[in-house]
Unconditional design. Structure first.
Length: 400
């Protein structure tokens, strides 16, 4: 079991705070294991009787159906005034659960941790009830560096592990399987669970065929600029089918709320404003896109861009796509009042590609660090622009 120190060091300062600790993320990304690691650390300061853990996917808790059931269960467990640590895993299964959580916080000496498989945990009524009373952490599948730690990889193994990672992603439990067919079956089950439980049933989607086709389109073309108008035109020309733009955007929003994809805004570098209308979407895990990409050619440049995006989010950056009148910078990433720019390409195959990737920075006059990240092993750094091999960048201790 890999200890996820990057998350633990962010959460530790809140162990004894009365703010509610909310861990969100896609199904099977490791939230439950992370809760177990937090529990193990808290056991160093208290006894097990003052730690209450409920996984609502476990059938033994099936009698807890709503906030009143949960309230009764916890009240029966608390027998003294000493601090209790409450852990609720996949709490979205409990109807009106936020009412119980809010009551526990207001009336008991407790520290509360909750997880859920969708970002909707912090919207609607919860945001109203718990405004200013929670702190959230978005948990992702394994990074490449974590995979290398998990597998005790040596330097000579990095390229093979990366080829596997770019194909099958970093969902933790898929590393229990070595056979590609087993991995595909496991990821297919995860994908089906996300689509059916977190999206179709939850949002009561009726046109399942249309939804599945839009999901397949997004999942098999990551890192591309998306236009709802183009997709409307595609359905009209191919199937003579009228699809409303609002429907497409609603479906995309559902996918984001289930943490299946992430939407990234475009930023006008010169005008210094967010642009609306077109966005980029990145997969939370490339393996979930691979199971839908049976007959299509792999888009290695797009996959590398997706990996870099996920890594920047993992490192705590706020990420935008930069646009100019005559070009685009893949990422503008901000953290702690610092900024970096990143261009991503598969390989710098010739002079034309080198000029394209490096010369885009001629449009940016500030002195923040500028990177070009590729699979190349030769260092093409020039004019203060840093060229990095993607494996080296992912493993770079200074950037983690």
């Amino acid at each position: 079991m890999l200890k996820r120190d990057n998350y633990l060091k962010k959460i530790r300062p809140f162990y004894d705070e009365d703010l509610i600790k909310v861990l969100t993320g896609i199904r099977r990304c490791g939230k439950s294991v992370l809760l177990e690691q937090i529990i193990e650390e808290i056991k160093q300061k208290t006894d097990e009787q003052h730690i209450i853990y409920i996984n609502f996917e476990n059938i033994i808790y099936s009698d807890i159906k709503d906030f009143m059931d949960l309230n009764k269960y916890i009240n029966d467990k608390i027998t003294d005034k000493k601090k209790y640590y409450l852990f609720f895993d996949e709490i979205q299964y409990i109807k009106n659960w936020e009412k119980a959580i809010n009551s526990f916080k207001a009336t008991m000496n407790v520290s509360i941790f909750i997880t859920g498989s969708n970002s909707d945990l912090l919207s609607g009524e919860l945001a109203t009830l718990l405004s200013g009373r929670y702190v959230s952490f978005k948990i992702q599948p394994f990074t490449f560096k974590e995979v290398c730690e998990l597998t005790n990889a040596k330097k000579e193994d990095y390229e093979e592990i990366f080829r596997n990672y770019i194909t099958w992603g970093g969902m933790p439990q898929r590393y229990r399987f070595n056979d590609e067919q087993q991995i595909r079956i496991y990821l297919s089950d995860v994908y089906d669970s996300i689509v059916m439980k977190d999206i179709i049933r939850r949002f009561k989607i009726n046109d399942i065929d249309l939804f599945n086709r839009i999901v397949e389109y997004i999942m098999t073309t990551p890192s591309q600029m998306f236009s709802a108008e183009n997709l409307v035109k595609y359905f009209k020309e191919k199937d003579n089918r009228s699809v409303a733009k609002d429907t497409i955007y609603n479906y995309l929003d559902y996918m984001c709320r289930a943490c299946l994809i992430n939407k990234v805004d475009r930023y006008d570098v010169r005008g210094k404003r967010i642009l609306s209308g077109k966005y980029k979407y990145y997969l939370t895990d490339l393996g979930l896109g691979q199971i839908l990409n049976i007959s299509k050619k792999q888009q290695l440049g797009a996959y590398l861009e997706n990996i870099v995006y996920n890594e920047l989010i993992y490192r705590g950056y706020d990420v935008k796509v930069g646009t100019f009148e005559k070009g685009e910078i893949d990422f503008i990433a901000l953290k702690d009042n610092n900024k970096i720019y990143i261009q991503v390409a598969y390989i710098l195959s010739d002079e034309e590609v080198i000029n394209r990737e490096f010369n885009i920075y001629n449009n940016i006059q500030d002195n923040y660090p500028k990177y070009v990240i590729t699979m190349d092993k030769f260092d093409f750094s020039q004019n203060g622009i840093i060229h990095k091999n993607i494996i080296d960048w992912l493993l770079d201790e200074e950037n983690n």
